[in-house]
Design a binder for this molecule. Structure first.
Ligand SMILES: [Zn+2]
Length: 245
């Protein structure tokens, strides 16, 4: 679904007739720096890391779950909202670990981002993105492996259903297996609720990631060079499924 369609859907749902200029003003929600980096968002609902998400994501997920369950699929969350603080802890633990093994700071950062995001840059900070598996399928030891979602993998049925139907509920895969895509590796389990995450990403583009890492005193922040941040932004943050931009 394209952004234009979300906007017209929103207007239709609200039954509003607005002039074009007012329409833009009224529908472009302003997200604060803190909302965009996982430091508080009044629209979040939920009790734990498995249930906390943006209120609109929760409503859409409930509908999608209902439809999936009719096909014998139980959409189970492995990860939903993650705060800045939580991501900072994960990042800094890994950073200390690599440094204690004598790995140079820049190299340590490169190694961390093979599998983890830098705090302040995770889409899980927004409450719009979910890691999903099929709770009705046999559970392998490591659930978030691409092989589980293809071939004879236990989550194939869910993956096929999501490929066909997730968009009907506003959810899209983020890190696709498109061979020319750079940044994070293919994640067949990671879906984003586009009606909220598309405007958030648009707003995110104006943030100064390097300044944030410094302001928030993220360990190793002095080693994030301008060139590194530029590449990370272009590849890890913005080189995603084009339907989410
Ligand atoms: Zn994820």
């Amino acid at each position: 679904m394209k952004r234009r369609q979300f906007i017209s859907t929103t207007i239709a749902a609200g039954g509003l007739v607005l002039s074009p200029s007012f329409r833009l003003f009224s529908l472009s929600q302003v997200y604060t720096r803190n909302q965009l980096i996982g430091k508080g968002n009044p629209d979040l609902r939920g009790e734990s890391y498995l249930t906390t998400m943006h209120k609109d994501t929760a409503i859409a997920l409930q509908k999608m779950r209902g439809a999936a369950s009719q096909e014998g699929i139980e959409l189970e969350i492995v990860s939903a909202y993650r705060s800045f603080q939580r991501q900072k802890e994960i990042f800094e633990r890994k950073y200390r670990d690599f440094r204690s093994k004598g790995i140079e700071p820049e190299k340590a950062i490169e190694k961390i981002i093979e599998y983890s995001t830098i705090p302040g840059t995770s889409r899980h900070h927004w409450g719009t993105d979910l890691d999903l598996i099929d709770g009705n399928a046999p559970r392998p030891k490591n659930v978030l492996q691409a092989a589980n979602f293809h071939g004879q993998g236990p989550f194939c049925k869910m993956k096929e259903w999501m490929n066909a139907h997730a968009k009907e509920f506003g959810f899209y895969e983020v890190y696709t297996d498109e061979p020319t895509r750079k940044g994070f590796k293919y994640e067949p389990w990671h879906f984003s609720y586009a009606p909220v995450s598309v405007p958030m990403l648009k707003e995110y583009a104006s943030l100064d990631v390097k300044a944030i890492l410094s302001e928030e005193k993220v360990l190793g922040n002095e080693y994030f060079s301008d060139a590194f941040i530029k590449k990370y932004r272009a590849e890890n943050i913005f080189d995603i499924n084009p339907l989410l931009k």
